[in-house]
Design a protein around this ligand. Structure first.
Ligand code: AMP
Ligand code: MG
Length: 300
């Protein structure tokens, strides 16, 4: 397939997943976790491998060009499939060009800083793809659903008012705009899992010894806050899908389909950057040719 055709196909594929900037999202109404675009799992396997090789080529060019960085943020409820998505989508790219950062309960040192500090520390450099397994969006998700997290953040009184979430949305949008304007593109994927599929995945984690480590009793307690999370997700998607960094809601009940979508969203951003291998100017080319001549003359 030509590059142009691949680009169009990717753009068309991800369009229904994009949250239109300025729109109001009601997650439970607007996005179906089981949507699969009339694809069959069998075709999906081939499509993912096409996507993975496309990403490998684009990432090599991104690294060589060394001008843009890409920040790929993955958010989801527990068992949404973040880890597996990263494993599969990035399976073809050069590990030297990728950095994965996971974010858990903040440390004492992290709590002693402004809330975006720890995320800023893990940003990708130019030429790099940085993956956030959970991201700065936890600051308007788990912190909102469990306000005691906000109490631990040692904020001054004036930063804790009832407008705190609106303010954080604005600050996050501003931060992402700043990054984008300076060559660090921000890509955001929300893996949209249904409550029933989460139940089934938790059961697997309990029943299969090799999956036990992924499960804790706290996950079931968190599940009791399902509706609060859906609301926090909906508000986050409505307030922070921007022209410079739109959200993509990826149907997550079928792992194979979620992976294709995530790969396509990332590929779409890289295609937009269209990174090029640097070409040499006249003098550098002459030096190269001179070096070649010397090496040839050394031939035994
Ligand atoms: P896991 O991804 O399963 O290893 O779990 C990480 C845990 O850290 C999740 O329960 C998150 O909700 C929690 N977490 C991540 N970021 C924050 C944050 N900023 N404040 C409080 N908890 C967080
Ligand atoms: Mg977990």
């Amino acid at each position: 397939m030509s590059d142009g055709r691949a680009a169009k196909r990717v753009a068309k594929f991800i369009k229904p997943l994009r949250v239109k900037p300025g729109s109001t999202v009601d997650l439970t109404e607007d996005f179906d976790p089981r949507y699969k675009a009339d694809l069959k799992k069998r075709d999906g396997v081939e499509l993912l491998s096409t996507g993975v090789s496309l990403l490998a080529d684009l990432q090599a060019r991104l690294a060589a060009q060394d001008t843009y960085g890409v920040l790929f943020c993955l958010q989801a409820i527990d068992a949404g499939g973040k880890d597996g998505t990263i494993r599969h989508v990035m399976s073809g790219v050069n590990p030297q060009g990728v950095r994965v950062s996971g974010f858990k309960v903040p440390s004492a040192e992290e709590l002693d800083h402004d809330y975006l500090w720890r995320y800023a520390q893990r940003l990708p450099s130019r030429g790099e793809i940085g993956i956030f397994n959970r991201s700065h969006y936890e600051e308007v998700l788990v912190v909102r659903v469990h306000p005691e997290n906000l109490d631990r953040q040692k904020l001054p009184e004036e930063a804790k008012g009832p407008d705190v979430w609106q303010r954080r949305y604005r600050e996050i949008n501003d931060w992402e705009r700043y990054l984008t304007d300076n060559g660090i593109k921000v890509v955001k994927v929300f893996l949209n899992l249904s409550k029933e599929e989460q139940r089934l995945r938790f059961l697997k984690r309990i029943d299969r010894p090799e999956k036990n480590w992924k499960f804790s009793a706290a996950d079931v307690r968190e599940r009791e806050h399902w509706d609060d999370y859906q609301e926090a997700f909906s508000e986050m998607l409505s307030a922070t899908s921007t022209p410079w960094a739109p959200w993509y809601v990826v149907p997550a009940d079928r792992k194979w389909f979620a992976r294709i979508c995530a790969a396509a969203v990332l590929a779409h951003t890289l295609i937009g950057i269209d990174p090029q291998y640097p070409s040499l100017d006249g003098q550098a080319r002459e030096e190269l040719l001179a070096a070649r001549g010397g090496l040839e003359a050394e031939a035994p």
